[in-house]
Design a protein around this ligand. Sequence first.
Ligand code: ADP
Ligand code: ASP
Ligand code: MG
Length: 466
Amino acid sequence: MKFGGTSVGDASCIARTARIIAEAARGGNCVAVVSAMSGVTNRLVEAAKQAGAGEKEQGTAVLAALRTQHEEALKSLVRDEAARKSIEEEMDEVFGEGGRLFEGTALLRELTPRTLDAISSLGERLSAPLVAGAVRELGLQSEAVDATEVIITDAFHGGAEPLMDVTREECEVRLRPMLEKGIVPIVTGFIGATTEGKLTTLGRGGSDYSATILGAAMNADEVIIWTDVDGVLTADPRLVPDARTIPVISYREAAELAFFGAKVLHPKTLKPVMQAAIPVWIRNSFAPERQGTLITPAGRSAGGGVKALTAIQDVALISVGGPGIVGLPDVVGRTFSTTAELRANVLLISKSSSQNDICFIVSATDAPRTVEALRKEFAQDLAHEKVEHITIDSNIAIVAVVGENMRGTPGVAGRTFNALGRENVNLIAIAQGSSESNISFVVEEKAMKTALITAHREFGLGAAGT
Ligand code: ADP
Ligand code: ASP
Ligand code: MG
């Protein structure tokens, strides 16, 4: 089971989370994965950047605020003083390390990806002991486990990938014996370590990924992701108010939604469990009596074709073009080897048939270094005007229409574009994968919400729909 930031957001949320964990652990073996309390990682990352610029004050202030916040929660969760003391000691160690990290970073005026990972990880390392304490209050044995001991990754800081074989071995060594002794492990989400023990993170929102990595490594019967909404909805409820919970959805559909920005799932969440076909539930920790969404290999065929919509706005459109590139057969190859080298995540590709222009979309954080690397790669061609421009547009969003049964359902694209046309939404680029479970299009950022609401209505996805 994984509990996100809001599910451990304060003492009363943690108490509710602990009850869910305890009930599951009484019925069988349960490993819990927890995020940092909500907002904590953002604050740490902000302060880390300040420290990188030579200022450690924000870091000191954030640590002091986190101390108050966590100690307050601890006080109301754990009654016994001795029990509280041992958790306080665990937290003290984390605060001590945090202080040294901010200080060192400010002194050197350099924030390396490795240090950023170490600072970002502090939130999970504080929340896990708290949750374990809350579970013990309910009469069970429980211990916080640092994921650096069990999730072994490559050394790509800020977006590490698990090494599944070693991870499996470490889980057998560290977690399995705990389960056999009736101890509930509360594992820090989001983080891992290389084989040499260097701490890494799996990327922002990565606790979902931690949960499925552990689920796959331990051959779990199921993985349950507890969050603050009723499941996977037909669209982001913050943008489309009448979005509805989807009861069953396929791996492929959920993966498309996650990949195109549905924040409810980290994009890589389903990767580890696909092969073993482990079902994944998305459920609401604030309303555990509701059923939630079940993600299975096949999903359930829904007649209509379109199942959900998603949008992603922290992205940029990069275009490489000019009349001269017609004669340069390797432009496509060189463009995408460049992005691959950077591990920039390419979300959408569109190319005109004359090859005058290749445009593709990457996340906003990857965009500047992608453009920089492309300008380097094509420096010669730019100088000789074979490549005329490498441009970037950040005021755009991708909207994706997702549904496995769109395959063989003619007219989905036509209906979508007609409806958008009626609302004067201008389409900048369009892509449909050959799997036909996703049609995605690029619009101006300010038209994104209208595009979502329009398509949601067109396919009757709302509460008033089916
Ligand atoms: P957690 O902290 O539990 O990981 P997140 O904030 O990362 O939670 O993800 C849950 C949020 O994702 C919801 O509150 C909702 O606003 C947003 N969201 C975006 N798209 C969807 C969708 N299609 N279905 C459900 N939630 C969505
Ligand atoms: N705390 C981490 C983040 O905010 C990981 C997570 O919540 O999934 O990105
Ligand atoms: Mg999340």
